[in-house]
Write a protein that binds this ligand. Structure first.
Ligand code: GLC
Length: 590
C-alpha cells in the first residue's frame, strides 16, 4: 500500500469509515460506534450509503473477519485511502466500483468469514436494505466452506481473493479482476488524486490532506445522473447533492479538479425548472424541489416546529431551493482554474436570478418562503414561521449580479453589464434603506411577526455587497468584536451569545459553521477589511486544526465538535481547504 502521510490516520473506521470514490459501501470496525454491539462484535461491518437512511440501518455484512493459517484472528493494522491491511500484511481489503469489495491473501494463506446481515427466503444471504443480496465469487486458490447458517467461510491461498458484491441478484457473477489488479488501481487512483493537492502551510497539511480525501471519498454517482460524479455532503446521512453544499464544495475542488468542481454546478442546472428555479436536493430517485417532494421525516419535523397547518408543511407546490450562490461559485472556479464555467452556465444563471426577483415580496427585496430554502433549518430567524425576508439573500444576489456584470463586461457587452450592475446597486441600496435598523445598529429580518433583530452572522452578510456606508460597516464589525455577541472564543457563533435563543450545540442556533465563517471572510474582503478577514480566516483554520476533524459544525465556546454534528463533512472540507490555500498564498505575497 502507498502512504498518504497522515490521511489514513483520520479513518478510524468508527466515526469515519473507509469508503472510496464512487463506492456506496462504508466499512466500519465492529468494536466501535453505534449499532455494532451484540452478536456480531469483532471484525468489520459493511453498511450502505443510501439517501435518507442512516448507516446504522443499512448493514450489508454484519461481520468480515480474517484469520491467519492457524486460525488466529488478524487485526486491522493499517487503514489508508486505498484500503485496509490485516495483520503484518497477510491480507488486504480494497473497495471496487460502486458496490463491491475484494479481500485478498497476500504472502500467507488466510481464512475469511463473511457474515451477511441475514438470510432470505431461499437461503440466500441478504442485507438490511430491502431487495439487495450479497454475492461473492472467488479466484482459483480459494476453498469455500459455506455452512447452512448462511455464513461464508473461505480458505484463501496466497494470491487468491474473494470479491463480494452487494446488489440485485445476477444469474452469473462475473469472474473478478485479480486482487492485485484492484489494489493497484486503488493505489493509482489515490496517487493521482493526492498529486493534485494544493500548496498549504506545513501546520495545516495534515488536515488539508484529510479534507482532500473527503472531497474525493464523498463522490457517488446518483441513479438520476449516472454519468456525473456528485460530491455529497456526507456518505453518512446526506447521500445526495444539496444545492448550496455543491457550490461550497466546488470552491474547494477548484484547487485541484476544475472539471469535478464544474460538475457539481452542472448537476443542478441540468435540473433547472422551466421557471428558472433550482431544486434544494438532487437524489437517487429525483429531486426535492417543493414541499410535496419532502421526505416524511422532514415533514414531521417541520410540523412539530411550525405546526401541522403551516404552509411550509401543507402547501405542496411551495418551492424549496437554496441560496443563489451559483454565479459566485462558477466565477470562483474560473478564477482559479481558468475555465469558462460561468459563461457556460450564463443563461441558467440569468434565469435563476430572475426567478428570485420574481418571488412575492413586500418591498422589492426577495425572501425565503420556506425555511429550507435559506439553508438554516432551525435558525431563530424562522421561529415566527415563513416567509422570512432576511438580509443574507439580497446580499447573495448582489454578489451574483456583480459576477454577471463582470462577465458581461469581459465579453464586450456593456449594456448587459450595466443592467446587472444597476440591479446590484439598487438592491444593495434597498437593503440598507429597508433592512438596517440604525437605532440598534443591526440588519433585521421581516417575519410574519414583524421585524426580528436577533443577532446572527446572517445580519452581517450585507458586507458582501461591498457597498455599505462606513457607519453601517462599523456597526457590523462591532458585533464581530463583541464577546457577548459574535465574538465567541472560537469564531462566529450562528446566534449571538447573549441572545435567549443561543444554544452551543443546536445546529443553526449557536454552533460555528465553516460556510458562515467563509462567507463572512469574503464579506470583510469585499468591504475592504482585509485585516479582519485574515484574522477570522486564521481563527477558523486554527479551530479546525485543534479540533482534529472536519465536522459539520463546532461548539463556539469549546472549539470542539458540537453534539449532534456529523463529521467528514463536505463543505467543511472544501472551505477549510480554501481558507488554508488563501492563507498560504497570502504568506507568499507578504
Ligand atoms: C442541513 C443544513 C443545510 C444543508 C444540508 C445538507 O439541512 O441545514 O444547510 O444544505 O444539511 O448538508
Amino acid at each position: 500500500m502507498g502512504s498518504w502521510a497522515g490521511a489514513g490516520e483520520f479513518l478510524d473506521l468508527c466515526e469515519v469509515p473507509l469508503t472510496d470514490r464512487g463506492s456506496r459501501l462504508l466499512v466500519f470496525r465492529n468494536d466501535g460506534g453505534p449499532g455494532t454491539e451484540g452478536a456480531a462484535a469483532g471484525g468489520l461491518r459493511v453498511a450502505g450509503a443510501i439517501y435518507e437512511r442512516s448507516p446504522q440501518k443499512s448493514t450489508h455484512l454484519r461481520r468480515i473477519a480474517v484469520f491467519d493459517g492457524a486460525g488466529r484472528p488478524l487485526d486491522v493494522t493499517v487503514v489508508e485511502p486505498e484500503g485496509i491491511t490485516f495483520g503484518t500484511s497477510e491480507a488486504s481489503l480494497v473497495l471496487v466500483g460502486a458496490d463491491a469489495l475484494s479481500i485478498g491473501a497476500l504472502g500467507q494463506p488466510v481464512s475469511v468469514v463473511l457474515e451477511p446481515f441475514g438470510i432470505g427466503a431461499e437461503g440466500q444471504p441478504v442485507s438490511e436494505v430491502e431487495g439487495t443480496g450479497i454475492h461473492w465469487s472467488a479466484t482459483a486458490g480459494s476453498v469455500p466452506s459455506a455452512g447452512d447458517d448462511g455464513v461464508v467461510r473461505l480458505w484463501l491461498e496466497p494470491g487468491a481473493s474473494v470479491l463480494v458484491r452487494i446488489g440485485q441478484p445476477v444469474d452469473e457473477a462475473p469472474e473478478p479482476d485479480s486482487h492485485a489488479e484492484v489494489a493497484a488501481s486503488a493505489s493509482a487512483r489515490w496517487s493521482e488524486w493526492f498529486a493534485r493537492l494544493p500548496a498549504v502551510r506545513a501546520t495545516n497539511l495534515e488536515l488539508v490532506r484529510y479534507a482532500w480525501w473527503i472531497l474525493a471519498s464523498n463522490i457517488v454517482q446518483l441513479d438520476t445522473h449516472p454519468g456525473i460524479d456528485a460530491v455529497v455532503p456526507s456518505k453518512q446521512g446526506y447521500v445526495a447533492a444539496w444545492q448550496w453544499d455543491s457550490y461550497f464544495i466546488s470552491i474547494g475542488l477548484r484547487h485541484g479538479d476544475a472539471e469535478l468542481a464544474g460538475d457539481q454546478l452542472r448537476l443542478f442546472f441540468a435540473e433547472q425548472a422551466p421557471d428558472g428555479g433550482l431544486p434544494d436536493v438532487v437524489h437517487d430517485h429525483g429531486t426535492l424541489a417543493c414541499v410535496g417532494d419532502m421526505p416524511p421525516g422532514d415533514l414531521a419535523t417541520l410540523a412539530r416546529i411550525h405546526g401541522a397547518d403551516s404552509p411550509m408543511v401543507t402547501q405542496g407546490d411551495m418551492p424549496i431551493t437554496k441560496p443563489p450562490l451559483a454565479a459566485w461559485a462558477a466565477r470562483a472556479v474560473d478564477a482559479v482554474a481558468g475555465t469558462q464555467l460561468q459563461s457556460e452556465l450564463r443563461d441558467g444563471l440569468d434565469r435563476l436570478h430572475a426567478w428570485w426577483f420574481a418571488r412575492p415580496t413586500p418591498d422589492g427585496l426577495p425572501g425565503y418562503e420556506h425555511v429550507y430554502s435559506s439553508g438554516l433549518d432551525d435558525s431563530p430567524l424562522f421561529d415566527d414561521g415563513g416567509p422570512v425576508f432576511a438580509p443574507d439573500l439580497p446580499s447573495y444576489l448582489v454578489v451574483a449580479l456583480d459576477a454577471m456584470a463582470d462577465l458581461a463586461e469581459e465579453s464586450g457587452d456593456p449594456e448587459t453589464a450595466a443592467r446587472h450592475r444597476a440591479l446590484a446597486e439598487s438592491t444593495a441600496a434597498a437593503l440598507v434603506e429597508r433592512r438596517f435598523d440604525s437605532e440598534v445598529g443591526r440588519f433585521v429580518a421581516l417575519t410574519p411577526a414583524g421585524r426580528r433583530g436577533t443577532v446572527t452572522p446572517f445580519g452581517l452578510m450585507p458586507l458582501l455587497t461591498g457597498r455599505l456606508p462606513a457607519p453601517v460597516k462599523a456597526a457590523l464589525t462591532a458585533q464581530l468584536a463583541d464577546p457577548t455577541l459574535l465574538g465567541a472564543p472560537y469564531g462566529l457563533p450562528t446566534v449571538g451569545l447573549s441572545e435567549p435563543e443561543f444554544n452551543q450545540d443546536r445546529m443553526w442556533r449557536g454552533p460555528v459553521w465553516l460556510n458562515v465563517n467563509w462567507l463572512i471572510v469574503q464579506g470583510l474582503l469585499r468591504s475592504g477589511l482585509e485585516a479582519d478577514a485574515a484574522a477570522l480566516a486564521e481563527q477558523t483554520v486554527a479551530m479546525v486544526v485543534a479540533s482534529g476533524g472536519l465536522h459539520e459544525y463546532w461548539n463556539p465556546l469549546t472549539g470542539t465538535r458540537a453534539v449532534g454534528a456529523t463529521t467528514g463533512f463536505g463543505w467543511s472540507a472544501a472551505l477549510f481547504l480554501d481558507l488554508a490555500v488563501w492563507l498560504a498564498a497570502s504568506d507568499a505575497g507578504r
